[in-house]
Design a protein around this ligand. Structure first.
Ligand SMILES: [Fe+2]
Ligand SMILES: [Fe+2]
Length: 377
């Protein structure tokens, strides 16, 4: 190093001036290279970034795909459940329809043989009825009051009047001729058999046939506590509220003390809207009396009990009055009463049956629904 001479400042300035264009050229060259390498770095960076994005997007898509699969699975399982449910609903609907079909099967009057040989216009002709029928209703309408009704129910509940079989009761009743009936002067057992046979001929259920046989057995009341026929037979009607003008011989109610009673003379009287017929006092007679006996001693279905309880209540089942006192159950039972009514009314013909021949059939039928055989009357 001792042989080397130290450069002077002026020699350096000169060198600088002489080298500048070369360096500038080289810097320029390097700048170009730098730019292209930078852009290539940037391009590579973009690529990486894009690749990263792409990868992320693919992952998202895969995630969504698996979510979609999961949802599709859920949907298909829910669709299966829905199909099962629809099948179940259809089955239930079919069963429901069957019930609806089953009801009218015994209620329906289609193909009934009841009307074959009669003219229905000739029944319940009260205008042409004998004087004794009019006289009967004059007394009945005057005396069927709320007060009497309550007393009659107390009397019924406080004692047993008789103990016998249903067949014995039918034989006992045979001595009574119903003063309120404009359609028949046949004996009670003939009317019972005629009604039952008409129902049997139409292939109605066995309990329905039995109702035909026993529906008037409450008329036995005539031999026990009655004050006459007016508290045993005849059309029935609610007491304790306004009398319907559609009740037969309505004008005779004007002599009833309840007719001018400020409460009993109101539309609802002592009742409330749709309170149900179980809460309504129906005029006292054979319907109400025998219904109570059957309720205690038989296995008859509710429809049969309703037929027995309301079969004389023409204002309810034929005139369709007092609907505002009924509940849904009453309306359903009313259909049964309406199905029974034609057999009670239109079976009253002059045709009589051989009772001894029919007796074994009906004895068996009675035993089926009165299992204890001996009934408290
Ligand atoms: Fe009756
Ligand atoms: Fe009857």
């Amino acid at each position: 190093m001792s042989g080397m001479t130290k450069p002077t400042i002026s020699s350096l300035i000169h060198k600088e001036n002489t080298d500048s264009p070369r360096i500038s050229k080289r810097v320029g060259e390097n700048h170009g290279k730098l730019q292209s390498s930078l852009s290539s770095v940037l391009q590579n960076k973009d690529k990486g970034y894009l690749m990263e994005r792409l990868d992320e997007d693919i992952q998202t898509i895969n995630l969504l795909k698996s979510e979609l699969k999961k949802k599709q699975k859920e949907i298909s399982s829910k669709e299966k459940d829905l199909k099962k449910l629809q099948k179940l609903i259809r089955k239930r609907e079919d069963e429901g329809e069957k019930i609806v079909v089953e009801e009218p099967q015994w209620m329906s009057s289609v193909n009934s043989k009841l009307y074959d040989d009669i003219d229905i216009k000739t029944y319940r002709q009260y205008e042409l009825a004998k004087d004794k029928v009019a006289a009967f209703y004059k007394t009945q309408h005057e005396k069927q009051t709320v007060e009497y009704n309550i007393q009659a129910r107390i009397n019924f509940k406080t004692k047993i009047r008789d103990r016998m079989t249903i067949w014995e009761a039918l034989e006992k009743l045979n001595k009574l001729i119903d003063e309120s009936d404009p359609d028949t002067e046949l004996s009670q057992i003939d009317h019972a058999i005629q009604t039952a046979e008409a129902i049997r001929r139409d292939n109605k259920p066995r309990w329905f046939q039995l109702v035909g046989l026993i529906h008037d057995l409450g008329k036995l009341l005539y031999f026990y506590d009655s004050k006459g026929q007016w508290d045993v037979v005849g059309d029935t009607f609610p007491v304790g509220c306004k009398f319907s003008k559609k009740i037969i011989f309505y004008d005779y109610f004007k002599r009833n003390p309840d007719f001018k009673n400020p409460i009993y003379n109101l539309k609802y009287g002592i009742y409330s809207a749709n309170c149900g017929l179980d809460n309504v006092l129906i005029s006292w007679g054979h319907d109400e009396y025998f219904f109570s006996i059957c309720k205690n001693s038989s296995t008859l279905p509710p429809e049969a009990l309703a037929m027995i309880r309301y079969h004389s209540c023409y204002p309810l089942h034929t005139e369709l009055e007092y609907q505002y006192l009924m509940n849904d159950h009453d309306k359903q039972m009313l259909k049964a009463v309406q199905a029974f009514n034609p057999y009670d009314l239109y079976s009253k013909t002059d045709v009589t049956y051989n009772i001894e021949e029919l007796k074994p059939y009906y004895l068996e039928l009675i035993d089926e629904f009165f299992p204890s055989k001996i009934v408290d009357f």
